[in-house]
Write a protein that binds this ligand. Sequence first.
Ligand SMILES: C[S@@+](CC[C@H](N)C(=O)[O-])C[C@H]1O[C@@H](n2cnc3c(N)ncnc32)[C@H](O)[C@@H]1O
Length: 311
Amino acid sequence: MLCSDGTKKLSFGGSIKDGDLVIVYEKRDVMKAVKVSETSVLQNRFGVFKHSDWIGKPFGSKVLSNKGGFVYLLAPTPELWTLVLSHRTQILYIADISFLITYLEIVPGSLVLESGTGSGSLTTSLARAVAPTGHVYTFDFHQQRAASAREDFQSTGVDSLVTVGVRDIQGEGFPDEYSGLADSVFLDLPQPWLAIPSAGKMLKQDGTLCSFSPCIEQVQRTCEALKSNFRDIRTFEVLLRTFEVHEGKIDSCQGEEGLSVRSPPCKRRHRSSEGSTMQDSSSSPTIKVRPCADARGHTGYLTFSRLQCLS
Ligand SMILES: C[S@@+](CC[C@H](N)C(=O)[O-])C[C@H]1O[C@@H](n2cnc3c(N)ncnc32)[C@H](O)[C@@H]1O
């Protein structure tokens, strides 16, 4: 369980306990979240795994099935959680998340307002970024989504850092009690321009705002709304290019497009990290690096701005 109280470091340093959430890792694209229960078993193509064998082991452990198959038990970090959570809505992924947390200057102790909560993918990372002394107040007008998000935040151990409210932010704005207190506001709403006047009221002087929208027409309307009392308006599209790295054998020096070739057929001398020289052999395995065919393309646009200072 993520340790998130103000006196301790936010970490998964301890061992796995009954009731903890673990990410069961078979391979990079086969993972799932499992709640540990002393009397339960996990069954997959590698056999039957008893949860009772997992309790007391450190996160990251390799555990065996009755047939000698294995999986790894990983901690539910925000990065892994984003990959396994149940999609109740479109979600934000780590390329956008990491960029926006940095660009909004969210740090431990920050107070962040967010709407909509959606599946809580971003909220989980925001919570870790503000821990141990900050807080995220997130709002969604969909009652059931808000309830499911609350349950998830409890499972992932960030519930003490997040408060989920049910509210129509486009219609009513953020609650007045946060006026002038927010370091940052994040919007992932269909008509974010309707929430901009309220976001301006919530922010501290020099506070930062970001709005995520999939369509450029939404960006244009948002920028129009920002012009009156925000400055430094900038829009980004974060495109991530993913490469596969694996071991294989190749026959010649001839490189395929996007393929990095380490061992040519002829012998070549190169320096090891210690500074001595090593010989490559043509029969040794080669590391192949090539762009993934299924890499994610456009997700959306991130529009940032900063509240205009009064003087
Ligand atoms: C795309 S999802 C947000 C996904 C979220 N950023 C994530 O990473 O999981 C948009 C959410 O906004 C909520 N929403 C739409 N209009 C709203 C409004 N007027 N007030 C509050 N929430 C709203 C929807 O119910 C939906 O859950």
